[in-house]
Design a protein around this ligand. Structure first.
Ligand code: SAM
Length: 213
């Protein structure tokens, strides 16, 4: 199934989570939308929007087919993604499968941008890796941290900061500082600095990224 001519699906980068970090054009697209698709966390940012809200599932093939069907009936289909759509995002799959000519991508502030801003460090000289939903990457991450002075890592519940620190310690990489940023932009945001050794025993539960320096 193809998307009808002249209909575009808008992908809005919602930033780290707090509404104030979303661009004005992103907000406008969300307010005007007829269909709003996103994770529970992102949909909850917009309880008052009149659009029909659709919870994002795990099956992205289903999602793509569903979006194509929705565009037959609706003109303003909006998909919410976290942070910036160009940075380790579902947007990559959507633009590939729907075709970039059928998508309108609205940039957002990435979680890593906010993290670097919080500690007053530039990110132009950093390396980036995502372990979010990716197994088998610990070895490559260890090597990347060994070879680079500044590495930012997206994590998940399994590939969490403690597990990364244990892998570094096992590889004798102990002379680095780790900054853990939890729940950036949320009321319970926290930022902590660890040695690799202390990170091995840390208790970190919130959504987070880690910068190794
Ligand atoms: C699928 S990736 C999406 C990254 C997103 N495109 C971006 O630019 O931030 C999700 C990961 O980003 C990180 N992340 C996103 N929002 C965050 C926040 N508010 N606080 C801390 N980490 C966050 C976490 O590592 C999370 O597992």
């Amino acid at each position: 199934m193809q998307i009808p001519d002249k209909k575009k699906v808008t992908i809005v980068g919602c930033g780290p989570g707090d509404k104030s970090y979303i661009t004005q054009i992103g907000i406008d697209k969300i307010i005007e939308s007829e269909i709003l698709i996103g994770s529970k966390r992102l949909l909850e940012i917009f309880p008052d929007v009149s659009a029909k809200q659709i919870l994002l599932g795990r099956d992205y093939n289903d999602l793509v087919e569903n979006i194509k069907k929705l565009t037959l009936e609706y003109n303003k289909v909006v998909v919410l993604v976290s942070g910036d759509p160009g940075f380790f995002s579902l947007a990559k799959i959507l633009t590939k499968k729907l075709g970039i000519n059928n998508c309108n991508v609205i940039p957002g502030i990435s979680s890593v941008q906010l993290a670097f801003a919080r500690i007053g460090e530039s990110w132009s000289d950093a390396q980036f890796m995502s372990l979010h939903g990716r197994d088998g990457e610990l070895e490559r991450l260890t090597q990347t941290i060994k070879e680079n002075n500044k590495v930012a890592v997206l994590t998940d519940d399994i590939n969490n900061p403690t597990r990364i620190a244990e892998a570094l310690q096992k590889n004798n990489i102990t002379n680095r500082t780790a900054y853990v940023f939890e729940n950036l932009s949320a009321h319970n945001e926290s930022i902590h600095e660890f040695s690799i050794r202390s990170l091995c025993n840390a208790d970190i539960n919130g959504m987070n990224i880690v910068i190794f320096m």
